[in-house]
Design a binder for this molecule. Structure first.
Ligand SMILES: *Cc1c(COP(=O)(O)O)cnc(C)c1O
Length: 415
């Protein structure tokens, strides 16, 4: 942006003002520059702004089981690159339907006990493209959306432009009120998540499905924070709860517990065929590189066969919650693998996270508004099976010191 005469529009100031606004609201984001080290998960090397390096333990990764570094995944990716090269070479329609994408879709469909699955570039795109497209396929579709749904679901619902109603988070009475008020013969869809990743609570799937049946609605479930982690084969909370058949469309990511990148939906063949035929965000974009889909396929096969990973994951989360609670640290009442710790103030939250990083080599990103409501700022820990007892000891010890140092409220040990 070169210097311009004062009479013309001042672009530079406009951009600067927008950044200043974010900064003044205390939500300017500073990213940690990390180099993950293969074989050392959850450790990584952080590079500071001055170029110096520091070894850190990552406590906020969504690579929940360390599958991003699993030898089976890495080998599958290396073999695929060796055999097929780097990119897919096109959109799905124009030469980009690679064999490993086709095999992965078949594997994902069978995992969720659905007839078909469809890959997208990311979970965000899967949600945005599918939810906006469903409103085109089903004119007059009324969407009922949980108040804490992820930004990608909100974007898809808004972009579809149809009628929508927000129900209070996990409040089935409110959902039923809204469903009952809509015309009985109108097409309806309930959009919700299983594990809500900021609070660690889990939706009542069976209760939601019962309402969907009563009022003739489709169910659309985001299992992004559950796939790989819940259920006998890791197909998610719907598998754990024995309700796979009651979910019409399940949406997941390949980027979190599966450890690679990409997103997908799984559903009846006719639903997938319709979305495949109408979704702009699926049609007009280059398909995932074959090495990614081959890596994801190896990861899913491994996750299906290794329930002990899920047991170890739950054990680590339970242990961390217990250890923090014993130290009087206010752990929020999560029923999942997410361990949120209440701070309640954006400045303290950032300060504690900065000190954990610089003084203790512990990396946990502060979660501030607008990701969570003001006054509920928190630290969100995601222990994996590879966070050992020594790492937990160090974390609890550091939190204990910082809670005293920063004079943040504790919880009585008994609570
Ligand atoms: C991360 C996330 C997504 C998006 O998935 P990506 O593959 O990272 O784009 C969708 N839904 C929820 C609930 C998420 O947390």
């Amino acid at each position: 942006m070169s210097e311009r005469s004062a009479a013309l529009f001042d672009y530079k100031s406009a951009f600067q003002n927008s950044v200043d606004q974010v900064r003044s609201e205390g939500r300017y984001r500073v990213f940690a520059d990390l180099k993950r080290v293969r074989g050392q998960f959850p450790k990584a090397v952080r590079r500071r702004a001055d170029g110096s390096e520091q070894e850190v333990v990552v406590w906020c990764s969504n690579d929940y089981l360390g599958m991003g570094q699993h030898p089976a995944v890495i080998e599958a990716m290396q073999v695929e690159v060796g055999e097929t090269g780097a990119g897919a070479g096109g959109t799905r329609n124009i030469s980009g339907t690679t064999r490993s994408a086709v095999d992965l879709e078949a594997e994902l469909a069978s995992w969720h006990q659905k007839e078909a699955a469809l890959l997208f570039t990311s979970g965000y795109v899967a949600n945005e493209a599918t939810l906006s497209t469903l409103q085109k396929i089903l004119p007059g579709l009324i969407i009922f959306s949980d108040a804490l749904n992820h930004a990608s679901m909100i974007a898809g619902i808004r972009n579809g432009g149809g009628e929508r109603h927000i129900f209070r988070h996990n409040d089935l009475e409110h959902l039923e009120e809204l469903l009952a008020a809509a015309p009985a013969d109108a097409p309806k869809l309930i959009a919700f998540e299983s594990v809500y990743s900021m609070d660690g609570d889990i939706a009542d799937l069976a209760g939601t499905i019962a309402l969907a049946r009563k009022y003739g609605a489709l169910t659309y479930l985001d299992e992004v924070h559950a796939v790989g982690l819940y259920g006998a084969t890791g197909a998610g909370v719907a598998e754990r709860d024995g309700v796979l058949g009651g979910i019409d469309i399940v949406e997941c990511t390949l980027g979190k517990a599966i450890g690679v990148m990409g997103g997908y939906i799984a559903a009846d063949a006719v639903i997938v065929d319709a979305v495949r035929s109408w979704a702009s965000g699926f049609i007009f974009t280059t398909s995932l590189p074959p090495a990614l889909t081959a890596g994801a396929l190896a990861s899913v096969r491994h996750l299906k066969a290794h329930p002990e990973l899920r047991a170890a994951h739950q054990e680590r989360a339970a242990t961390l919650k217990r250890r923090l609670a014993e130290a009087g640290i206010p752990v929020l009442p999560s029923v999942s693998h997410i361990v949120p710790v209440h701070v309640g103030n954006p400045v303290h939250c950032k300060l504690i996270s900065d000190m954990l990083l610089e003084d203790f080599g512990i990396y946990v990103q502060p979660i501030n508004y607008p990701t969570v409501p003001k006054g509920t700022e928190r630290l969100r820990f995601t222990p994996s099976p590879d966070h050992d007892d020594g790492m937990i000891d160090k974390l609890v010890d550091a939190m204990d010191k910082l809670w005293s140092h920063c004079n943040v409220a504790r919880r009585p040990v008994a609570a």
